[in-house]
Design a protein around this ligand. Structure first.
Ligand code: FES
Length: 220
């Protein structure tokens, strides 16, 4: 008598087929889960990740005044770095930093006669301009360069003319920095409308949808 059990070939074949079907169903299931997991819901953006919303107040993004409203009186050429600040339904303030800080803006005040034709002057009361500080090339943060009054990107030397619509003066950026329309309210600065052109991270083709989401948020 053998110590190995005899196996019926028909049962063995059936077992194999069942096993193979089970594995195959498992793999399909995993594939389905992976597709579901990677699908992005139509509107996953939380309010802090939206673009600047009309009515937001601009507040200092750094330094000892972090979180305090930017005052008109303190503005000069060297831009103040700021974020829009929104309010939730309970009235609690929160920073609207954008998707990975894409709402960081620089605010400067120039004599109005110095602003070039590429500047949207209606969006720049009293010569106060605000531009996204996120480079349109690959998203580095640009810095003020006093010597020639431009915004220079430390990554690949993208250079933007802050007095003339943040037009590209040099380097690889494909388009100007996005201008943020402002309104003066007492000594505070308020967002009058969201960016006039797509900021970094928003494709031209997605800009209408971006503005629509902001508009919906401003009515909420
Ligand atoms: S990221 Fe600014 S020039 Fe490349």
């Amino acid at each position: 008598m053998t110590k190995f059990k005899r196996v019926d070939p028909e049962i063995s074949r059936r077992k194999f087929v069942n096993w193979a079907l089970g594995i195959s169903a498992g793999i399909s299931g995993l594939g389905f889960l992976s597709i579901v997991g990677s699908a992005r819901p139509a509107n996953r953006q939380t309010p802090d990740k939206l673009g600047p919303v009309p009515g937001d107040i601009l507040v200092h993004a750094e330094g000892e005044k972090t979180g305090q409203p930017v005052s008109v009186a303190e503005l000069e050429r060297n831009p103040v770095r700021a974020y829009p600040q929104g309010k939730d339904k309970s009235g609690k303030a929160f920073l609207r930093q954008g998707d990975q800080q894409t709402n960081l803006v620089g605010i400067s005040k120039f004599p109005e006669t110095e602003l070039g034709t590429a500047t949207n002057k209606q969006a720049a009361p009293q010569g106060i301009v605000a531009y996204s500080l996120v480079c349109q090339h690959l998203g580095c943060q640009v810095n003020w360069r006093n010597a020639d009054q431009t915004l220079l990107c430390p990554c690949h030397s993208g250079d933007y003319d802050m007095r003339n619509g943040a037009k590209v003066l040099g380097g690889p950026p494909p388009r100007p920095l996005a201008q943020l329309p402002l309104r003066v309210d007492g000594d505070n600065l308020v967002v009058a409308a969201t960016f006039l052109t797509p900021p970094y991270g928003v494709a031209e083709g997605d800009f209408e949808q971006y503005k629509q989401r902001v508009e919906e948020a401003s009515k909420a």
